[in-house]
Ligand binder design. Structure first.
Ligand SMILES: Cc1cc2nc3c(=O)[nH]c(=O)nc-3n(C[C@H](O)[C@H](O)[C@H](O)COP(=O)(O)O)c2cc1C
Length: 369
């Protein structure tokens, strides 16, 4: 692993993409593939970038804005910018400090940290960083375990419950299958009851042990009634992550969601699903202000956050770039990544003539090219 000193000594990263090469150079190839890869032919993974690149944002001039304010309210709480760290499993795969380092960086940047139920650090240690933690749930087959883990998240001080709904089964990830990718023995899903993830450590060629493990633990056949049940049994604000269809977004609001995350899981689930950015305007129109709307999948800088806002989102989540930064430099790397994001977003808002994120939602977008 490189440490923060090395990051500052060589040409320092000037954008999030610079962390990708640093991460690639320090991670074992199969871990890099697990982070970087998507499902199937990775058409949706590539489409996320293409779609964002095709969003032209029409800047306004002479608006009198010098230094835009980034502060934003999400789920009734104030954050330093309309950006959160997306939930990602097993962060100690890429750096020994894992979840604690990313959460501490989120705390320093005053942005929400979304903690995966598949975290490799117990949720209590994550909230002990002082970060604003939103707990992300994959629905377990055993409903008793669902209520147990929810109580644990609430007692640990989590601020929101994010239920991910786009994983009825794990997407077929060819890179992981070819690598027979499995978790190292010392890495466990620290928020699941002991031994739950034994299967994730197996190793049969052509089989993805992480997928086998998820299939055993997670309930595959959820319905809207289950979501309503969750809304009624959880005191935390409910966020539904992994919605692309505007009609589903409306159903989520009707079931009690305070926010939806328009996401295709970073191209890791249904290959061939449309880019999240493509569906965002329709989702925003369909929910008509009844819930907040966040975007993820392909966000790689402040300019992309501006695009998300201009397409009508209230904020965006950043996934892989935070793991790149963590791999490259631990918490210091993640701090740098979030500082770069804030600086880029401030500049992008200024260049578009916007005083704050709310003003960006009134910008016009035009197809690029
Ligand atoms: C290595 C990795 C692990 C992930 N684990 C989870 C998870 O445990 N729960 C979840 O809801 N989403 C998970 N995701 C999806 C992210 O939350 C997010 O939707 C996606 O990474 C956004 O796309 P981006 O990486 O292009 O920014 C994971 C993504 C990656 C890359």
């Amino acid at each position: 692993m490189v440490d923060a000193m090395e990051i500052t000594s060589s040409p320092p990263p000037v954008c999030l993409a610079d962390f990708a090469e640093l991460a690639r150079s320090v991670l074992p190839p199969q871990v890099w593939d697990y982070v970087d890869g998507g499902s199937g032919s990775e058409v949706t993974l590539a489409g996320n970038r293409t779609a964002l690149d095709r969003v032209g944002v029409l800047p306004r001039v002479l608006t009198g804005v010098a230094t835009p304010r980034l502060r934003t309210r999400l789920l009734g709480r104030e954050y330093a910018m309309p950006v959160g760290v997306a939930p990602m499993a097993y962060q100690r795969l890429v750096h020994p400090d894992g979840e604690v380092a990313l959460a501490a960086a989120a705390r320093a940047a005053e942005v929400p940290y979304l903690a995966s139920i598949l975290g490799s650090t117990p949720i209590e240690q994550v909230t002990a960083t002082g970060a604003e933690v939103w707990f992300q749930l994959y629905w377990l087959r055993d409903r008793g375990l669902v209520t147990d883990v929810l109580a644990r998240a609430r007692d640990a001080g989590c601020r929101a419950l994010v239920v991910t709904v786009d994983v009825p089964v794990l997407g077929r990830r060819f890179r992981d299958l070819r690598n027979a990718f499995r978790l190292p023995p010392e890495l466990v899903a620290a928020n699941l009851p002991g031994g739950r993830d034994d299967l994730a450590h197996g190793g049969t060629p052509g089989v993805n042990p992480v997928a086998v493990d998820s299939g055993a633990a997670f309930a595959p056949a959820l319905r809207w009634a289950d979501l309503r049940w969750l809304g009624e049994h959880c005191e935390l604000p409910l966020v539904v992550k992994g919605v692309l269809d505007p009609a589903d977004a409306v159903r989520a609001v009707d079931a009690g969601a305070r926010a939806v995350v328009v996401s295709n899981h970073g191209g890791r689930q249904l290959d061939g699903a449309p880019a999240s950015a493509t569906m965002l305007p329709e989702v925003v129109a369909a929910v008509g202000g009844r819930c907040e709307v966040l975007l993820d999948s392909g966000i790689r800088g402040g300019g992309d956050v501006l695009r998300a806002l201009a397409l009508g989102a209230d904020g965006a989540l950043v996934g892989r770039p935070m793991l790149w930064a963590l791999a490259a430099g631990g918490q210091a790397g993640a701090n740098t990544a979030l500082t770069l994001l804030a600086d880029e977003l401030r500049d992008a808002l200024a260049l578009a003539g916007c005083a704050d994120p709310a003003a960006a939602r009134d910008l016009r977008t035009v197809p690029m090219g």
